[in-house]
Design a protein around this ligand. Sequence first.
Ligand code: DAH
Length: 385
Amino acid sequence: MTTSCRGTLAYTVPKLTDYSAAALEKAAGELLSVLKEEADKSWKSETDWKTFRDRWLSRKNGILTLVNDLWLKTAPKEAKRAVGQKVNEIKLEVEHAVEMTEGLQLEWATTSQPASTADSVDISLPGVRRPIGAEHPVMKTWREIVSVFQKLGYSVAEGPVVETDYYNFEALNFPPNHPARDTQDTLFIAGQQSKPQRERLLLRTHTSPVQIRTMEKMRPPIRIVIPGTVHRNDPPDASHSPMFHQIEGLAVDTNITFGDLKGTLDHAMKALFGSSVKTHFRPSFFPFTEPSAELYVTCFICGGSGKRGADPCRPCKQTGWIEVLGCGMVDPNVFEFVKDNGYDPRKVSGFAFGMGVDRLALLKYGVDDLQYFFQGDVRFLQQFG
Ligand code: DAH
């Protein structure tokens, strides 16, 4: 495409004659690529930016007005809805581009340009719309889970994302060089070979180290939930991400039993997923709990039947059950590490659990690819507004 005047391309909004989805997509694609190219050139001076803004937003002959006149108004009845949606998408993109370039332009102007004096204000131009944000579905789920436990009297604790081997593994009863460490796909901070193993830094692979950190600071009885970010060396795909979120729980007191664990988690699952959900515990293994279990809930997509109409239910792999967390009774070996702060394993007992927030958000909102959560695409996030 040839450049006509500073920063703008020789583009005029075409009349639409063919209103098929493909033709609409093509016309919108061309328009948005012009938008992108012009936006890339429009932020180096206030004049350029204003030309850009007016060309796209001016009420009289701006591109958005023309799109409205030439695409939407003329659309036949049956195409109106689809064209209307597309035009709205375009409008958001244009407003976003104008807003972004304004920000860049102002930054540029204050750092590198003398202020322009030849301003004339066109008060007929629309203002810049600042879209209202929506809470991210992962954060929403995070908050909901935490609040279920807060209502049971739990408090919230947090800990560092960059952790030592001691808190992430050793004090949680992972023996040195034990294969259980491999299941965590740890990301280590480089260049620490000269340090003793327990002092080496890593990105915490779970929120469990904050169990120890909290018990070092607070004497029993305690009831805490620990939300946080964790990292593992997993390539991103539909169900994995190198960064994700967990919520850990820990209750320690005298005479805490597995019955308390079951009752608490059964209540929490009903509060989160609805009172008709059933829970089911299966034996498992974690180094820091004994006995350990995995908690399953009846699939809230198919209600436990394993079927969606005539089709198999995918989220529960047709079993009717979905695994939601790991849990167990705190291993006495873990209490040994904090014994001096009142956690004598002969006197206290406790239970712990840990769940993946992102996974629960996927299930709760019926999203089929974890990556959507981390791409920051406004079109995805808007659905939760
Ligand atoms: N930390 C475990 C993981 O990331 C999850 C977990 C299991 C946490 C059992 C617990 C627990 O507190 O008791 O895989």
